[in-house]
Design a binder for this molecule. Sequence first.
Ligand code: TRP
Length: 336
Amino acid sequence: MDEAKKRIFSAAQPSGNLTLGNYLGALKNWADLQDDFDCIYCVADLHAITVRQDSAELRRRTLETLALYMACGIDPEKVIFFVQSHVPAHAELAWVLGCNTMFGEMSRMTQFKDKSRSHADNVNVGLFTYPVLMAADILLYQTDLVPVGADQKQHIEIARDIAVRFNNNYSPTFVVPEPYILKSSARIMSLAEPERKMSKSDPNKNASVYILDGKDDIIKKFRRAVTDSEACVAADPARPGVYNLVNIYGAVTGKSEREIEESFKGVGYGAFKDAVGEAVADLLAPVQTRYKDILADRAALDRILAEGAEKAAYIARKTLSKVYRKVGFYQIDKKH
Ligand code: TRP
């Protein structure tokens, strides 16, 4: 591992049906960062059980999420890639950090408030301490930068607060991480309601393009995309439907808004939508092939995960034993 490179840590919850928005906003970025940074990525299954999960489904989704990230270009030769529950130090550090985190701080977290409303029948303590576990994830690896979406920014701030507090109460132990909100990450909106973000949990299946959708479905969804009556392709935020399609086309082809407007001048929405659909289908086809190949070789995947967990655990252990020493846990002298 290159000492001069900054360390990046990020994690994603195992969830099914990731969308084109997830691909352009997160999955692709993780892969893009792997050459310039020392990256550690994990699938956060411990976080997933803060909301009720079907166990068979959680297991399946964990595998699928791993395979999908790899299909999107994450190279386990270049990064450390593992499953959170395979490295016990995450849960262990979370306990210590929890004893250095205030009840009041956690009560103010907006995601906790939102989730307690949406899962009113299961407001469990794990949901409440979720940000502490997330801080443990990040701080275990002496992380410099955490690439996340804007919705996770408050969690990174808490991780920073916890790190600073621990460093002050004991002595410098943790690198204080910075959020790394990616500038280029396109904001992909719903195809049915372009004022809203494209979401993997949208019940309207025409609203979202999924990474694993077949070509015919993709073309069909773009044909049905909501536009307007102006019949002119323009990068105009006041016309969110068309603007979203221009954005998607730009993100997929690398073309600028001006170039797109020029090349579709005088062209109807029908032809434009087909062009966007084709471009998206061409982008996703190789990802889908790789995904199938990766899932088909379970032994290879397990080897990657075992190796990833071992490398992660080695780094995590070092931080955890430092923490245990500082808080005053008695350590057995192995020389006896
Ligand atoms: N909470 C994040 C999400 O839902 C996932 C996550 C868990 C994470 N641990 C993390 C992200 C550490 C960044 C760093 O998206």
